[in-house]
Structures are given as structure tokens and as C-alpha cells.
Design a protein around this ligand. Structure first.
Ligand code: PHE
Length: 345
């Protein structure tokens, strides 16, 4: 019996010695000190042996268990310290290391400009119309016919307007004024809307012209709307957009869908009217087209011109952005060169 216990002790000691990490040591501990261990079984069978031998054997088993437990604990502490050291070493963070650069995008300057324009008009009581009322691929009827543009008008020429190949009378819209027609057909007055979007013209691409660009269209129809309302709203827009009340000039003009028509110039923001290259020496910059909606246009769209009147306007978004940020080439908006775009962050 005694030999058996001493043999267990010896085996256990050599296995403790062999264990090379805390996991292996746990297995040894389990094998020699758990309830199912040989030592424990021996303890339980003490009652079956000769009573005079019991105290001695009992004491020996206890002593061996205690001894082994201490050995294991000591070993365990060594492993624990060593493993913790390793873990700390492998997981340490060098706070002086450079961080990872996560580039973020920014809102495109044209989108920013559109948002700015839209916000000003929203404060003046205009709402944006739904997208479906302002499609970029449009029938000639809404891009030209119902806007009183005569059949032989030069704007319809294939040299100016993109016609869709194989589809009869379908164009890429040449302006956002199609939104006027669609909105009038869709809603009864009063109407007070704006409609931003992309338009297409068959232009020779240059620093000043691109074959697509963006416009914001506006339409206000109600009883008793006059040219004074047009002036009031557009002057207010200009002073809000350019940041201060600026001299404006309403120049007599012609659009088939408005009568009378006016083009609006703002005093050159670069030279303040003295004359410089930006304003081609004139001291003025043309920024939008406008006018009172022609009675023919109202009538064709089912609005009675004897009861209602209104004004409309259309402005070029690129032009407004170029003037405000002194950008000298329209193509910069479309090349997506990060060096340009990130200046608008
Ligand atoms: N559609 C015109 C253009 O593209 C602008 C405009 C809109 C003029 C509304 C008058 C009224 O040049």
C-alpha cells in the first residue's frame, strides 16, 4: 500500500516536471488530485484495510496529496507569470505608431451648390417637384412643343439638341423647362416649385462649355403674379446666394415660353463693375434667364391665362458655382480630380 502511494507520488512528480505549460499542468492536476484520482480512491478505501494500518496510510495519502498540490501550485504560478508576460508582449500597443488614414469623401461642389440654391428657394416658399416630373430623357413635346418653341427654332437643330437614336421625337432635354410643362399638367395652381437637374446640349467642349450641365428651374403661378414678384424673388435669391445685396441688371431678352423675358446680370463679383477678364470687360455677369410665362404655354397646359399668371426662371448651376468660387474651367466639375474636389470638403 505504502509503495503504491509512493509510486503515485513519483509518477506525479515526473509528470509535473514534464508539463510545459499551464494547460498540460491542469491535466496533471486533474489526473492526480481530482475526485476520480487514484489517491482519492485510495482514501475512500481506507475503511477496508486493517484498522491498525489506517492512521499511517491515511496520513501518508494526505501528505502526498498536499505535497503534490503545493508542487503543482508553484509550477502553476511560474507558468502563469511566464504566459502573462508573453501575452502582454505580443498584445502590446505602440501608441506612437502612426494611425491608419481613412480617407472620407465629400459632397460634390455641384451638389453643394444645388443644395444651397434649393435651400434659399425653400425659404421663399418653393418646393422641389418629384423626379418623375423632370426626366432627362424627354419627348420633344415637353422639351419644345408645349413651351411654344416653333418647329423651325434653331434650338431644335440636331446640332444643338441630342436626339435619341431610333426613338421618334425623343431627346435628351436641353433645359429643365420641361419641368414647367409637366408640373402644370400634373397640378392645379397655385404652383410654386423648383426643379434641379441635368441638361444636355451638343456643344464643343471647352473651358466655358460642357455638353451636359445642370440647371435649376423655377415656376410660380397664381392669381395676380406680376413682374414685380419676379424681380423681388430673384433679387432676394441673388443677394442670399452671393452673400450681400449686389447690384443686378434686368436685361430685355427673348425666350419662346416667356413674355416679357429678362436675362439677369449681377455686378461682377471679381472687379465690382470696373471691368475685368471674368466679365469680359463689361462689369456684369449673366446668371439666369427668366420671364412671365407666355399665355400660350399656360393655355396649352390647361391653365386659364385670364385667371392666372406666373413667372419662370432657369439658372446654370456650374456658372453660379464658378462665379462664387472663382473656378475658371467647367471641366473641373466632371474630371473628378481629387485635388479639386477635396477643396470643397
Ligand atoms: N430654359 C431657359 C434656358 O435654358 C432658361 C429659362 C427658364 C428662361 C425659364 C425663362 C424661363 O436658357
Amino acid at each position: 500500500m505504502e509503495d503504491k502511494i509512493l509510486k503515485i507520488k513519483e509518477n506525479a512528480l515526473s509528470e509535473i516536471e514534464k508539463a510545459s505549460n499551464s494547460k498540460e499542468l491542469d491535466e496533471v492536476k486533474n489526473k492526480y488530485l481530482s475526485r476520480q484520482s487514484e489517491l482519492n480512491t485510495l482514501k475512500k478505501s481506507l475503511k477496508d484495510i486493517e484498522p491498525s494500518l489506517r492512521p499511517k496510510i491515511g496520513a501518508l495519502t494526505n501528505e502526498v496529496s498536499k505535497f503534490l498540490e503545493e508542487k503543482i501550485n508553484t509550477r502553476h504560478n511560474e507558468f502563469y507569470k511566464k504566459e502573462l508576460d508573453e501575452k502582454l508582449k505580443s498584445e502590446k500597443i505602440d501608441v506612437t505608431l502612426e494611425g491608419t488614414y481613412n480617407p472620407t469623401g465629400c459632397v460634390h461642389p455641384l451638389t453643394q451648390t444645388i443644395n444651397e440654391i434649393v435651400e434659399i428657394f425653400e425659404h421663399l416658399g418653393f418646393s422641389i417637384i418629384e423626379n418623375r416630373l423632370s426626366p432627362e430623357v424627354e419627348v420633344e413635346k415637353y422639351n419644345f412643343d408645349m413651351l411654344n418653341v416653333p418647329q423651325e427654332h434653331p434650338a431644335r437643330d440636331v446640332q444643338d439638341t441630342y436626339y435619341c437614336y431610333g426613338a421618334d421625337n425623343v431627346v435628351l432635354r436641353s433645359h429643365t423647362s420641361n419641368a414647367q410643362v409637366r408640373e402644370m399638367l400634373n397640378t392645379k395652381p397655385p404652383i410654386k416649385i423648383i426643379s434641379p437637374g441635368r441638361v444636355y446640349r451638343n456643344e464643343q467642349v471647352s473651358a466655358r462649355k460642357n455638353n451636359f450641365f445642370h440647371q435649376v428651374e423655377g415656376l410660380y403661378i397664381d392669381k395676380g403674379v406680376t413682374f414685380a414678384h419676379l424681380k423681388g424673388v430673384l433679387n432676394e435669391f441673388i443677394s442670399q446666394y452671393f452673400g450681400s445685396a449686389r447690384p443686378t441688371r434686368f436685361r430685355n431678352s427673348f425666350f419662346p415660353f416667356t413674355e416679357p423675358s429678362a436675362e439677369i446680370d449681377v455686378q461682377c463679383i471679381v472687379c465690382h463693375g470696373k471691368g475685368c477678364p471674368t466679365c469680359s470687360g463689361s462689369g456684369w455677369l449673366e446668371i439666369l434667364g427668366s420671364g412671365m410665362v407666355d399665355p400660350n404655354v399656360l393655355r396649352d397646359a390647361g391653365v386659364d391665362p385670364d385667371v392666372y399668371s406666373g413667372f419662370a426662371f432657369g439658372m446654370g448651376v456650374e456658372r453660379l458655382a464658378m462665379l462664387k468660387y472663382a473656378i475658371d474651367d467647367i471641366r473641373l466639375f466632371f474630371n473628378n480630380d481629387e485635388r479639386f474636389l477635396k477643396q470643397f470638403n
